[in-house]
Design a protein around this ligand. Structure first.
Ligand code: ADP
Ligand code: MG
Length: 214
């Protein structure tokens, strides 16, 4: 299978071509079709297997091709466990949406809060961030998630290990739209804490596991 075999927007195919990417990795070829169908999913595969594009392609496809639920609220929220990982996701996202009329904001802990408030006032369709700071903006009413269409947790098990369960619960409740699609990526799927998170975030999720994750 090639990326061109997937039903994705030509602008996305162009962006992949520019990056020299033509063949999806195994996790991408398994996860992307479900992501594009709007299904919730939980997926695991080892580091370096290409999980970022597995969730970014369905996310950007949705924003490019579907009417928004809200013009004010972000449509896609991607959470990562650390500032560094969030930055990496953000850079890949920027590569995919470059040259399109789409905005993304990076919302990290340890950065100036008011600058982020200003960035949020520009109504970005995408937010990439760390859970603590995103929860702070919800509490400060500088961010509303009523119109959120897609919630993505990258390295969900690490977020739990870092103690972000309360913030994830808060974000989940703030974005409790019946039309929301959610995707979780994790190295491990089997802990009790992961099970609880899966139960509260996902609706009849597709489970995808590639190789022995780690
Ligand atoms: P993971 O999140 O599973 O650890 P990443 O999404 O960070 O993996 O991807 C690891 C590397 O693989 C990145 O440098 C990315 O650009 C590259 N990559 C992703 N998908 C493909 C692909 N389909 N073909 C070639 N390289 C890819
Ligand atoms: Mg990753």
């Amino acid at each position: 299978m090639q990326f061109t075999d997937l039903p994705i927007h030509h602008n996305l195919l162009k962006a992949l071509e520019v990056k020299g990417l033509d063949t999806p990795t195994e996790i991408q070829s398994k996860a992307i079709p479900y992501g594009l169908m709007g299904k919730d999913l939980i997926a695991s595969s080892k580091t370096g297997s290409g999980k970022t594009l597995a969730f970014l392609l369905p996310a950007v496809q949705r924003v490019l091709t579907k009417q928004p639920l809200s013009r004010r609220d972000p449509r896609v929220l991607i959470l990562a466990p650390t500032r560094e990982l969030a930055k990496q996701v953000f850079l890949q996202l920027k590569g995919l949406i470059a040259k399109q009329q789409l905005k993304a904001a990076l919302i990290l802990g340890g950065e100036n809060f008011n600058d982020q408030v200003k960035a949020l006032k520009h109504h970005p369709q995408f937010i990439v961030g760390t859970a603590g700071r995103v929860a702070d903006h919800l509490a400060g009413k500088s961010l509303f998630l009523n119109g959120l269409e897609m919630l993505i947790l990258d390295e969900a098990d690490r977020m739990l290990d870092l103690g972000f369960a309360p913030q994830l619960r808060l974000i989940n409740q703030a974005a409790d739209h019946r039309k929301r699609q959610s995707m979780m990526f994790s190295a491990t799927l089997d802990s009790a804490a992961m099970h609880e998170l899966t139960q509260s975030l996902l609706k009849s999720p597709q489970r995808i596991s590639v190789g022995s994750a780690g």
